[in-house]
Each structure stands twice: as structure tokens, then as C-alpha cells.
Ligand binder design. Sequence first.
Ligand code: QUE
Length: 353
Amino acid sequence: MSEPEVLTRVEGRVGRITLNRPQALHALTTQMCRDITAALLAWKDDRAVELVLLDHSGERGFCAGGDIRMLAESGQGDGNAAREFFFTEYRLNDLLFRYPKTTVAIMDGVTMGGGVGLSRPCRFRVATERTTFAMPETGIGLFPDVGGGWYLSRMPEHIGLWLALTGARIKAASCELLGIATDYVESARIPELKAGILADPRKTETLLTELEADPGRPTIAAHQDEIAKLFAGDSVEAIVAALEAAGTEWATEQLNVMRTKSPQTMKVAFRQLQLGARAKTFAENIAMEYRIGARVVQRHDFIEGVRAVIVEKDNAPKWNPATLEGVTEAMLDEIFAPLPADQEWTPLPELSA
Ligand code: QUE
């Protein structure tokens, strides 16, 4: 018998969800999203559960994202399994966003893509020295989903757009500065934190204050002014032009990184964040992202990005269109268009009561 890929159980007065797919850095499958959703729904109105603790088993990673190989295989066929995954994952993201109980995510390792969708809506988001945060999707012809349109567009001074377009990886101190993490605790003291929360969930905030350590200097701080100035443009082309004109070492680095990303999905991300900024509810933003996801998984850039970066690892994707200019507004309109009414994303029916 193989082990379940998510462990869910009640310990004391804590509902505990442990990601348990270490061989894939706990990347989410559809079934994992279903299991997490079922546990959260069961605990939502259960008075015996006061708090939900979300962590991972083993040493490496918190959650690297989604089951990208499955998504790409599905995208090459009818795309049904890929859409089912997004539908289920986004319902879970929305459930966490609206969850009525205290939630704690222990981001003790890689926290990318799908892992951000799980941790970002939690009330307490604990980073450690092993935390690496990124929304790297434009590197594989995908887009920063799981609520990226909402969260990234609400970060100050275009930092979210910079994260989306470059896929930049940032560490704990930057995560705390940007509000991605609420607390920093050294990984050596995470067992103590978990034991304390499990023993008395009402002491969570006090414990976090006691265990809080100094994450060091946030590397992002040195570039905030440049980001604010150079990522303020009203199109991806305008941002590229600003980076070219700036000519600093840092600006040139950002340009070189962006030249490796899918032009199509950089433009998708740009429009996604514009629309996400205006969304009145998280669910409205997620419905928009589902439309994008439903289209993008079947497009060339995603299949090619997964081949180049994940499967064959030659890191030489041949994007099509190859340039930003080649990505037309008409293409973007198609990707963002409403789906047939019976195929649109909807929140969990349990939340609409
Ligand atoms: C963009 C992504 C993902 C990614 C790399 C990207 C992603 C994802 C993984 C990943 C990493 C390690 C694993 C694994 C998956 O990488 O979503 O199974 O062992 O899950 O550039 O969106």
C-alpha cells in the first residue's frame, strides 16, 4: 500500500494537513486538492477544531506548485484533466481565502505556484531560512495563478508585477517585507512551534512572538525604487523599453531574465494583474484565472515550456509567438474570454449558503 499524498487528522484541537509527496516537492495533484478541501470543509463547523495547521512531511520543500507533467500531458490531448485540476485547486484557494478559522502555514522550504495558493490565504504564514518563494510560471508558458491576479496586484509599487514577469525567487526577509510571510522562525525551532500550537492553539500568536528571529536584510529593499520606476509602464513592451533605457546592471539582469520567459504569458500575466486589481472579490479574480488556465494549458507555449524546463531540461523553449510584438490583443482577448456558461468556474457550493 502506498502512503496517502496528504495526511489529514485532528491532533488535540488542531486540524492538521500535512503535504506528503516529497519525491515531487509536494507538488499538488487533483486528488491532494480534493483531500485538503474535504478536511477543511469537515472542520469548518466542527467545534472541536480551533485552528488548522498546514505543513509538509520530510526535509525538503513546502510545495513546489502543481502536477505540471500531468497538466502538460492533458493539455496535449483534450485538456479535461488539466481543467479539472485548476477547477479543484482554485476552489480550494477560495475556500482558504474565506475560511472562518485561524490557519497557519509553515513555509519551511520551496513555496512556489500552487504552494503560494495554499499558504498566502492563511492567517499566519511562517517563513524560515529555507523558504524560497516564487511565482515562476511565465518560465513554462503558464501564468501566476492561484490568486496571483489578486495578491500580486495588491503589492506596493509594482513588486507583484516584477515577481510575475521575472519569476524572481526571494527569501524569507523579503517575504516578510512584502507581507508574503507574517513571521520568521528558524527551521531548527519549527518542531517547537508546531508542538506548541498542537498543545494549545490559542497560544499561537504568543508562541510566534517568542520564537520570532531576525531574517536578516531583505535583498529586495535595494531594488524597490528601481522596480517602482521601471515596472510602472502600461504594457510589457513599455516595461522592457524602460529597462533598456535604464541600462543599469540590475535592469539589464531583469531584461535578460524576461527574455527567457514566454512572451505570451508575460502579456497574459500583465493583463491578469490589471483585471485582478479591479476585481471586487477574490472569487471574481479566480473565475478570471480559470478562464485563462482553461485556454493556456492547451496552447503551444505551455506544452513547450514544460518540455524544455521540466521534462527534457534543455532550458531552451521555443516560444511562439517568439516576441512580445507577436502577441496580439486579439490572442489575449481569446484567452480571457468568458467560457460557455456551464463551463465557468464556480465557488464550492458549501460556501454559497
Ligand atoms: C513553474 C512551475 C512549476 C515548476 C517550475 C516552474 C511547478 C512545479 C514544479 C515542480 C518542481 C519540482 C518538482 C515537481 C514540480 O516546477 O508548478 O514535481 O519535483 O510543480 O518554472 O509552475
